[in-house]
Write a protein that binds this ligand. Structure first.
Ligand SMILES: NC(=O)c1ccc[n+]([C@@H]2O[C@H](COP(=O)([O-])OP(=O)(O)OC[C@H]3O[C@@H](n4cnc5c(N)ncnc54)[C@H](OP(=O)(O)O)[C@@H]3O)[C@@H](O)[C@H]2O)c1
Length: 265
């Protein structure tokens, strides 16, 4: 593809600036929650390729360590695994404290860890309700609260992985939807509150993505959907990377939908 108009083309999903070896996030530190799989794992790859030191948080330690090794071998950067359950306030605080002690601060927090359980309200168990609320809402609050002082100090970037389900009503899993409406409401109001202090805030809203998501209900999305049918985690990760790369970003929200999503329920 020719760069006829001086616009950098996208080639095979890889932004061509990467071919020049440019590392726009060099010298920055990013925490990614839910980095052991799916969107978070791919986001860690994108941010490390851009030169960020990455702090990988989730519960499955072995996966995080394998990913950290892979990223350090592939890129001229540092990657550390910090096993964290985002529903545990103290663990999330330690995650941020360890990051600040090791790297001096936090430039990017990607609030990505999330889960879905059950579907209809009438059949939803209370513990399924609590798991969704504690992971998708409490976890996001704990991480944001802990990282904000450093993000403000460093003119950092807060990214929230929202959802189509947090933007439009739909006829299944209203509690999961409610958690994502909460994430967006929180994120946009945090933007209103700390935007003037130099923190960029972006909510990235995917529709269905082919990841392990849904595995608690027996069928992960990566098996339910064929390649090409819905969004791939790499595409969402690229959207997150794009947002984080903007200096003084005003990208409040990015929607990454399957092509037929607006006509499909
Ligand atoms: N896939 C979709 O269709 C879709 C659509 C819209 C939005 N989203 C959102 O995208 C985000 C990522 O989902 P995904 O599709 O990448 O799903 P995934 O493949 O199932 O990955 C979920 C990640 O969250 C982590 N996680 C779950 N509970 C956690 C906890 N208590 N503490 C720490 N980490 C936890 C998991 O790690 P461990 O199990 O190792 O802890 C895993 O790394 C979620 O917020 C989800 O709601 C997904």
């Amino acid at each position: 593809m020719n760069d006829t108009f001086g616009i950098t083309p996208i080639t095979d999903g890889i932004l061509s600036y990467r071919m020049t070896g440019e590392q726009p996030l060099e010298g920055t530190t990013a925490i990614v929650t839910g980095a052991s799989a799916g969107i978070g794992e791919q986001t860690a790859r994108v941010l490390a390729a851009d030169g960020a030191a990455v702090v990988l948080a989730a519960r499955r330690e072995r996966r995080l360590e394998d990913l950290a090794d892979e990223l350090e071998s592939a890129h001229d950067t540092t990657a550390v695994a910090v096993p964290t359950d985002v529903t545990e306030e103290r663990e999330v605080e330690s995650l941020v404290e360890e990051t600040v002690e090791t790297f001096g601060g936090v430039d990017v927090l990607v609030n990505n860890a999330g889960t879905a359980r059950g579907s209809d309200v009438t059949d939803l168990e209370t513990d399924e309700y609590r798991t969704m609320m504690e992971t998708n809402v409490d976890g996001v609050f704990f991480a944001t609260r802990a990282a904000l002082p450093s993000l403000i100090e460093r003119d950092g970037h807060l990214v929230f992985v929202g959802s189509f389900a947090g933007q439009y009503p739909r006829p299944f899993n209203p509690v999961y939807a409610a958690t994502k409406w909460a994430v967006r409401g929180f994120a946009l109001s945090v933007e209103a509150s700390v935007g003037p202090e130099g923190v960029a805030v972006t909510v990235v809203n995917p529709s269905e993505v082919r990841t392990e998501f849904g595995s608690e209900e027996g069928e992960p999305f990566e098996e339910r959907f064929e390649p090409g049918e819905v969004t791939e985690p790499e595409e969402v990760a690229e959207a997150i990377g794009f947002a984080v790369r903007q200096d003084g970003s005003t990208l409040s929200e990015i929607d990454v939908y399957r092509r037929d999503k607006l006509g499909f329920f």
